[in-house]
Design a protein. Structure first.
Ligand code: ADP
Length: 307
């Protein structure tokens, strides 16, 4: 039996004048899953995420969060969803703690338990020593931490992160992923968009790849990777290659100072490859093989760079 849905997109379309930013998107995100929404710039990821948070109204179609319609049952869905947007905030009037208290008030959350949660968020996101400073005095990375804390203030069942690690330092990335993994383990649904496909590959159980307002692929990360039936073989050489026999020439994807990289069908036999290397009289010092990455699958499907 499949798990209940955290989010359901049903034939979601969004028109901006002539432009069809979303061309009838339908898919579901299972409750408790770690889901990645990938795609080149302009694919429609932010627009789709915004429909979930009620920030963009679809031209047609429906979005449901835990079974509630994001437009008709706005209050319920706002309570279930926490969104970390891309834009940074800057508020000259309030300190970080005050912003978190205000945000809590919006959800009717007060008292000692809520204060303790705010303290924990400040601590976990390394904001504790800046808690009483105004947000306009903070660096970009710090501002992003505040946005994450604000999205988590009401312990949303579904956490949506729009490019959370764009332009942030390694430290924050690590903190952020540790924290989101923990939330995921506790049963929260995590949905993220990211340009860092190696991050998505490591974190997301399922990914949707969008392009030009459509979903090009949606599957478990493992299935997407296994469907792309080739691997990369790096051959290190002690002397530069003179000439390659045909089967190697056609599979060569990269020349490196001390070696060559070939793209090989998974079905190709290793002994055949070794004999090709031998026939080409290559002075091989090492051979290493790696599977295709999500980034390569992405390029295969979209034919585009990431941005
Ligand atoms: P992504 O997040 O994948 O980069 P977006 O959802 O931001 O893509 O944008 C999808 C398309 O919709 C783009 O062509 C973008 O220019 C257009 N778009 C997004 N928001 C608006 C808007 N408010 N008005 C007009 N066009 C928009």
């Amino acid at each position: 039996m499949s798990s209940p849905s955290a989010v359901q997109f049903q034939h979601v379309k969004k028109q901006y004048g002539e432009l069809e930013a979303l061309k009838g998107i339908s898919f579901e995100v299972e409750e408790g899953s770690f889901f990645g929404l990938l795609g080149p710039n302009g694919a429609g990821k932010s627009t789709l995420i915004s429909t979930m948070a009620g920030l963009v109204t679809p031209s047609s179609g429906q979005v449901k969060v835990h079974g509630f319609d994001v437009i008709d049952d706005y209050r319920e869905t706002r309570r279930i969803l926490g969104l970390v947007p891309q834009e940074l905030i800057s508020d000259p009037f309030f300190s970080i703690r005050e912003l978190l208290v205000l945000q809590s008030g919006y959800f009717g959350l007060r008292g000692a338990v809520q204060s303790a949660w705010i303290d924990e968020l400040l601590e976990r996101l390394a904001l504790a020593d800046k808690a009483n400073e105004n947000t306009n005095a903070l660096s970009g990375g710090m501002k992003r931490r505040v946005l994450i804390a604000m999205a988590l203030v009401h312990k949303p069942k579904v956490l949506v992160l729009d490019e959370p690690t764009a332009g942030v330092d390694v430290d924050l990335r690590r903190t952020l992923w540790e924290f989101t993994k923990e939330l995921h383990q506790q049963g929260h649904t995590i949905i993220l968009t990211t340009h860092y496909l190696e991050e998505a590959e490591g974190l997301c159980e399922k990914v949707a790849i969008m392009q030009k307002g459509e979903v090009k692929a949606l599957d478990t990360t493992a299935t997407l990777l296994s469907r792309h039936n080739y691997r990369y073989l790096r051959v290190s050489l002690s002397e530069p290659a003179q000439s390659l026999i045909k089967p190697l020439q056609s599979r060569l994807v990269e020349k490196e100072p001390n070696g060559l990289v070939f793209k090989l069908e998974k079905t190709a036999s290793m002994s055949e490859l070794l004999s090709w290397l031998h026939e080409s009289r290559l002075k091989v010092t090492d051979v290493s093989s790696r599977d295709v990455s999500l980034e390569e699958v992405f390029l295969d499907l979209t034919g585009e760079g990431k941005s």
